[in-house]
Write a protein of this length. Structure first.
Length: 118
């Protein structure tokens, strides 16, 4: 264990005094991947379950076409899909061609209730 610690300190000192761009870039990328992994595992925030949006809109699904329901299921399949849809469609003037304008507004307003949980 002591030898491993000495090796780590030696590598850190070498990189500090003799920086190598490629090694430093690799180190920073790996460090970020590791930190993101730890952050994902230790996240204690209350998070949005993507299917909650679908469940909230379930009583309105009679007004949706089959294509719109399929698109809604696709959007609510993951938190990342919901977030992407919200920032690309709801927060811009861009339209989703799969939804009727009124149904798109319903989906956006439902997602808007849970924005703080992304």
């Amino acid at each position: 264990m002591k030898h491993l610690l000495i090796l780590i300190v030696a590598v850190a000192l070498y990189l500090h005094f003799y920086p190598n761009e490629e090694v430093t870039q690799f180190y920073n990328e790996q460090k970020q991947v590791l930190l993101d992994g730890f952050s994902e595992l230790s996240d204690t925030k209350v998070r949005l379950k993507a299917d909650k949006i679908y469940l909230d809109l379930e009583h309105d699904l009679a007004a949706f076409s089959e294509k719109e329901v399929a698109r809604l299921k696709e959007i609510t399949s993951s938190r990342e899909n919901v977030k992407t849809f919200y920032f690309t469609i709801c927060k811009t003037e861009q339209r989703d061609v799969d939804f009727h304008i009124n149904n798109e507004k319903k989906v956006c307003s439902t997602i808007n209730r849970y924005v703080n949980m992304f």
